[in-house]
Design a protein around this ligand. Sequence first.
Ligand SMILES: Cc1cc2nc3c(=O)[nH]c(=O)nc-3n(C[C@H](O)[C@H](O)[C@H](O)COP(=O)(O)OP(=O)(O)OC[C@H]3O[C@@H](n4cnc5c(N)ncnc54)[C@H](O)[C@@H]3O)c2cc1C
Length: 287
Amino acid sequence: MIAREFDYHAPKTLPDALSLLATLGDEAKLLAGGHSLLPMMKLRFAQPAHLIDLGRIAELKGIREDGNTLVIGAMTTENDLVWSALLQAKCPLLVEGARQISDPQVRYKGTIGGDIAHGDPGNDHPALMLALDASFVLRGASGERVVPASGFFVGTYETQMTPGEILTQIRIPVPAAGTGSCYAKLKRKTGDFAAAAAAVVLRLKAGVVDDVRIALTNVGPTPLRATAAEAVLKGKAPDDAAIAAAARAAMGICAPSPDQRGDAEYKTAMAGEMTVRALTMARSRAR
Ligand SMILES: Cc1cc2nc3c(=O)[nH]c(=O)nc-3n(C[C@H](O)[C@H](O)[C@H](O)COP(=O)(O)OP(=O)(O)OC[C@H]3O[C@@H](n4cnc5c(N)ncnc54)[C@H](O)[C@@H]3O)c2cc1C
């Protein structure tokens, strides 16, 4: 199908984008990389009369370190994440995650902000953000607020963002030196979304788990933080038996929808497999 006709706006500043959004209201949609929005428009699931393209707003792009925080502009592309020397040094989990998103075509245009704002539990950044304890900067007509990733994703295609707000930045605390991490993703083929995936951030102290964060992709209506699995590991040596027990706890919170990637039982089992894989790899990377 062909999308309905729309007017195209390309503001050059954030205040201009916000004022367009305030004026056009429900009739307008923000356009980032377009890789989720345009397919929705072609299917007529979304029929905005106006598109506000964020692509020319320089302040929404880039990756920098500010004290102990990594600050990533919402319009930074997956490809920029993949090739960032700063992220490779300070937050390799994000590089590993971005490398597994779809294919080069999607990664050249798709943005981290669009991936998060879309609220699709099949997208990879939401679980990565939970594991990394990220927070999101939202700018609206009445000012700015910072919302933690935990609690941001409230349902399928539903987030805490309100109409009139723009996600401007993603903030990630720099993981402590020696932190191990891994994103393990099972997909049927290149370019596909996850059948199931697990993001792990692991810190060891004297051979036992000092801190661990585990989050799952595409096995529920939102990304899932596996706190029960984390509790299984905290204060213990992360041996294979403890990792297997944590994976069982992670499987306990899965409620995937059956689709062409498998039925609920298969996807839940694969979430367990991905949790084992991610924890085992994170253990080997932790110092
Ligand atoms: C074939 C294919 C395979 C894919 N596979 C994967 C995959 O494996 N993993 C994965 O994570 N993703 C995957 N995607 C999705 C892809 O990563 C999209 O790029 C992403 O979901 C949306 O980012 P975007 O920049 O394209 O946003 P858009 O499509 O432009 O926007 C998506 C939504 O977010 C809103 N939005 C965008 N930016 C902002 C902002 N700054 N503030 C507020 N709202 C905003 C838009 O209004 C729209 O509602 C795939 C897409 C395709 C087409």
